[in-house]
Write a protein that binds this ligand. Structure first.
Ligand SMILES: [Zn+2]
Length: 505
């Protein structure tokens, strides 16, 4: 009779937490105790483990069994610890060899000994790999998801008998061929070739994609704001492998995609309705597990807020921290979960509550004060982060008769080249997108040419404030990158100046 240690992983927040399972088998009255703040579902794991072991033909001793879970102060929920608990018991009773600390197990047990998949395995596998685990043993149903993590040997097993055979070296375990990647095609939300007219918006969105700039669009209802925002995603580059892992694990955690269908390689597009609650917007924590909100689901992708002034103030205020830091702290009793929220914001608004105050605004029935209060909901710290602000007008009949415009593929190629130029320039800096460059650094080390500086100073003398001036500089660099110029000049500053107002100032 002895003690065995096995590493398990439970979902916590956006990743997982390594849990050390200790199983002690000692002389004494037969009993099974779980220590270490286990939630009911974990406390029940001992009974599932006992049935699974006995029904698979192995021995559950008539002894005093103590199962310890650490860290003890972390609430442990779910069924992901079933498998490490059963493995610990088998090791403590010498039915299999002691388990080395570079192996981890995750899976739910059926009473018949079946090993069933659990949710959040991708995040758990990433955590395990960072913790130094080299072999990860999962249910066959979790194999594909866990196998996405480089540097981790993943072995899939279907039941306890097979698991024991694998541990005894009698069976190599099941290998499942990877499935094709999740179908998230660039054109799923439409292509820019379908957009007629809207030259200003097309160009603004190209600039936004190239520099990672947040963008706002003002225009009457039905003018095409949503259509343009959806197509914006098609201009963005594919996610890196690390980004794809992070995005997929967040979306799997939220139950938006089925596990085992491969990685999401395209940036997500998240468009919550303005009636969304603050909880659904920001996310929440339940039993130590993060339920991602819209801000986190949009991470590494695009957050589109249509009719932005209609969102509740807590939703809009809640975006300040993500826009500054790319993450969001969610606090619950005794713990803080940091959720990723590095999204690109596309915000759309009607010009006034009735939506008609565009151009001459003849049809508008709103009072001046009502109009001001409406757009003021977006003022201040939120709008400070939005570099590009444009107004949309309804395409004319002439526009609608024009042929198809450039397709997304052509535009995204220019975006890619511009981003490459920026990445080379920012090589020594702590940011790699123009939109993340601080104004102070731009002024000190990355100023435009003389003619550009003169034009910017003239605009400042006419009342352009320092924050507005920073936004112009950031955009000017993106415009220069799109034209493969080494330094922004007068024409870039001039274009940037024209893209920064858009009815909001
Ligand atoms: Zn109005």
């Amino acid at each position: 009779m002895s003690l065995a240690e096995v590493w398990g992983v439970v979902p916590a927040g956006i990743s997982g937490v390594m849990v050390k399972v200790e199983v002690d088998v000692a002389r004494g009255l037969p009993s099974v105790g779980v220590v270490g703040l286990a939630h009911t579902s974990v406390a029940e794991a001992r009974w599932r483990a006992r049935s699974a072991i006995v029904n698979s033909g192995f021995t559950w001793p008539n002894s005093r069994i103590t199962i310890g879970l650490s860290p003890a102060d972390l609430p442990k929920t779910g069924t992901s610890l079933d498998l490490p608990i059963a493995v610990g018991l088998l090791a403590a009773t010498a039915q299999i060899d002691k388990i080395t600390s570079d192996i981890s197990f995750i899976g739910e047990l059926g009473l018949d000994g079946a090993i069933k998949p659990v949710s959040g395995v991708l995040a758990a596998a990433i955590t395990a790999q960072r913790h130094g685990i080299t072999t990860f043993i999962v249910s066959t149903g979790n194999f594909r998801e866990a196998s996405e993590v480089a540097g981790l040997c993943v072995i899939a097993v279907t039941n306890m008998s097979q698991l024991v055979a694998v541990m005894r070296g009698e069976n190599p375990g099941e290998r499942v061929e990877p499935l094709p990647d999740a179908a998230h095609h660039a054109n799923a939300l439409g292509d820019f070739s379908e957009v007629r007219g809207h030259d200003v918006a097309r160009f603004a969105l190209e600039v936004a994609a190239a520099g990672g700039h947040h963008c706002s669009m003002l225009g009457e209802p039905g003018v095409g704001k949503t259509m343009l925002a959806q197509r914006f995603v098609s201009l963005l580059p594919e996610l890196s492998h690390q980004q794809a892992l992070d995005v997929t694990s967040v979306h799997a955690l939220a139950g938006r995609i089925q596990s085992g269908h491969g990685l999401m390689r395209r940036p997500p597009f998240i468009a919550p309705h303005h009636s969304i609650s603050a909880g659904a917007m920001l996310g929440s924590v339940r039993n130590g597990v993060l339920l991602p909100g819209a801000l986190t689901l949009a991470s590494e992708g695009v957050l589109f807020l249509d009719e932005a002034p209609e969102f509740d103030r807590p939703c809009l205020e809640g975006m300040r921290q993500p826009l500054e830091q790319g993450s969001l702290a969610l606090m619950r009793v005794g713990q803080t979960v940091i959720a990723p929220a590095r999204f690109q914001l596309i915000l759309a608004a009607n010009p006034c509550p009735c939506g008609q105050a565009i151009g001459r605004g003849d049809g508008c029935t709103c009072g001046a004060q009502q109009k001001r209060r409406y757009l003021q909901k977006l003022s201040g710290p939120l709008m400070d982060r939005i570099d590009i602000r444009i107004s949309l007008t309804r395409p004319t009949d002439a526009h609608l008769r024009m042929g198809a415009g450039e397709c997304s593929e052509v535009i995204s190629q220019r975006v890619r080249l511009a981003r490459d130029r920026a990445r080379v320039r920012w090589n020594e800096e702590s940011w790699d997108l123009n939109s993340h460059a601080p104004g102070s650094a731009l002024r000190a080390r990355y100023s435009p040419n003389i003619a550009g500086q003169v034009l910017l100073e003239r605009a400042e003398a006419k009342g352009l404030n320092p924050r507005g001036s920073d936004r112009v500089l950031r955009m000017a660099w993106t415009l220069a990158d799109l034209q493969a110029k080494d330094q922004p000049g007068k024409e870039h500053i001039s274009t940037a100046l024209s893209m920064r107002g858009g009815g909001f100032e």
